[in-house]
Design a protein. Structure first.
Length: 259
């Protein structure tokens, strides 16, 4: 029996687990980080919690007799992907990275790509200085209203920006206390274009800040931004470790596991 470890709680990870679990010759264990309350669970055996870094993961792979690892974590789970690459190299257990394709800018979009969350925050600061101006005392007047969909852990990077009001949407609530310039919206996709249009209009939002997660579950916000002429600050994905094999479909990952 081939033993497969799938890393990640993404839709692609769940789809891959369902495909592989249907094969009686494959034993699938899906590992979830445990950071999301009430996650959508995949088919088959599930393990929750971290491994203790690359050394802990390597020890677990050897102890469990794992034959192959598929990293189907979120495209921004750079630390887990790095740990998987190190553990694979040290144990000889083959590693495949499964990543959904990123989003591509199209006609009518007004995107500005940046390399990090910090760069996105810096760009917002520049936007505030350009659009709101300074009062006689040097204080910013008005506020840029930001639709922030980069996850609750990124909130501290943006919540301290002067002249910025944030509508921060996440699955789970951020750590308390929530700053006065932040309105938290707890919600989970998939979203509709009509719903996103209504949300942007209701809160009079000026700009969307998001990460290039890809996929269809949350793409409605980009369509809504295009229709309303809303600028988008798009945070690029972190680079993959050198030498890892990458596929972008579940079918390709299934073929690799069986091969």
């Amino acid at each position: 029996m081939r033993r497969v470890l799938i890393l990640g709680g993404t839709a692609e990870a769940r789809a891959l687990a369902a495909e592989l679990a249907a094969d009686p010759g494959v034993r699938v264990v899906s590992s979830l980080a445990g950071r999301v309350t009430n996650p959508r669970l995949p088919v088959g055996e599930v393990r929750e919690g971290g491994f203790g870094g690359p050394e802990g993961l390597a020890a677990w792979l050897v102890a469990e007799g794992v034959d192959v690892v598929v990293d189907a974590t979120h495209p921004f789970a750079a630390r887990m992907t790095a740990s998987a690459a190190v553990a694979s190299a040290s144990t000889g257990v083959p590693l495949l990275v499964l990543r959904r394709p990123g989003w591509q800018e199209g006609p009518g979009d007004a995107w500005q790509r940046v390399g990090s969350l910090g760069a996105a925050a810096a760009l917002l600061t520049e936007s505030v200085a350009r659009t709101t101006g300074l009062s006689a005392t040097g204080a910013l007047t008005g506020a840029v209203r930001v639709f922030l969909t980069t996850g609750r852990r990124s909130l501290p990077i943006f919540s301290g920006l002067a002249g910025v009001w944030l509508l921060a949407r996440s699955v789970d609530p951020p750590e308390l206390p929530v700053p006065a310039n932040v309105h938290v919206l707890l919600d989970r996709g998939p979203y509709t274009v009509e719903g996103e249009l209504a949300l942007i209009r209701e809160h009079r939002l000026d700009v969307l800040v998001t990460k290039d997660s890809g996929g269809q579950l949350t793409t409605a916000k980009l369509t809504a931004a295009r229709r309303l002429g809303l600028p988008v600050i798009m945070v690029n994905r972190p680079p993959l470790p050198e030498g890892v094999r990458l596929v972008d479909t579940v079918a390709a990952a299934v073929e690799w596991v069986h091969g």
